[in-house]
Design a protein around this ligand. Structure first.
Ligand code: FMN
Length: 231
């Protein structure tokens, strides 16, 4: 039995995909579901360096994530160095997961000023798409105006990083690694710890990765019927 097959305590209420039913799934989907089940919020790691290929793999899961209008609002700062992790530990309310993780990824998001339809950032991103910036701008400007008028630009930008975080965590689980999203942080301190300009960047989400140095906790979830409505 490999690490992947270790039982998780059996507390996970099974949905419609209990053991027999999941045999109908393609093997890749079954493996994905198992990675979802295997992932849990790991709070303590062994701190040993990860092979560079695994670090790159986690970050590639972030890079390949979808984002609104394909703008890739983010930048991922991958921290392995002990002194920098120590600064992040302090910035994250002294959560041991941050100090002991092998890799701490700070997903930054650009601040509101970047997203105007005429900015260099939007132009550069837009030029990559068919029709380039002129076509993109027509599609984008109405939604941009809606976000800007309602003060939602930075909320919108930050939300994109959560998608990347989720993909990196599930990707890590698929590779037998542990992880935890970290929302408990003091933004100015995180930015200062990694030398990011607070005029340009906000913290989207922090995510820690590594190999667990603790027993995994059982997964607690509402039953399928309690959270899903088919219409
Ligand atoms: C956006 C987000 C932020 C979180 N922030 C923290 C955090 O700062 N510290 C922590 O220990 N856990 C944090 N968690 C972990 C959650 O508490 C955990 O995912 C949840 O209780 C479900 O448990 P599971 O991930 O083990 O299934 C966060 C999770 C998410 C999704």
């Amino acid at each position: 039995m490999g690490a992947f097959d270790e039982p998780r305590g059996g507390a996970l209420p099974r949905g419609p995909l209990a053991h027999e039913d999941r045999k109908a799934l393609p093997p890749e989907a079954r493996a994905f579901l198992e990675a979802m089940e295997r992932r849990y919020a790991c709070k303590l790691y062994d701190g040993k360096p990860l092979p560079r290929a695994l670090e790159d793999y986690i970050l590639e899961c972030g890079r390949l994530s979808p984002s609104s209008f394909g703008l890739e609002h983010w930048r991922f700062v991958a921290v392995r160095e002990a002194a920098a992790k120590e600064r992040l530990f302090a910035a994250c309310f002294a959560q041991e997961s941050v100090r002991t993780a092998s890799l701490v990824v700070v997903a930054l998001a650009r601040r509101a000023a970047a997203y105007g339809p005429e900015t260099d950032f939007v132009k550069a991103r837009a030029e990559r798409f068919p029709g380039g910036w002129p076509v993109f701008r027509e599609d984008y400007k109405g939604y941009y105006a809606f976000l800007a008028e309602n003060g939602l630009l930075e909320h919108w930008a930050k939300a994109q990083t959560y998608i990347a975080c989720a993909n990196m965590m599930t990707g890590a689980a698929a590779a037998g690694l542990d992880s935890c999203a970290i929302e408990g942080y003091k933004e100015p301190e995180v930015l200062s710890a990694i030398g990011a300009d607070p005029g340009e960047w906000l913290v989207g989400i922090v995510t820690v990765f590594g190999r667990r140095a603790e027993e995994p906790r059982e997964k607690i979830r509402e039953p399928f019927e309690a959270v899903v409505d088919y219409r």
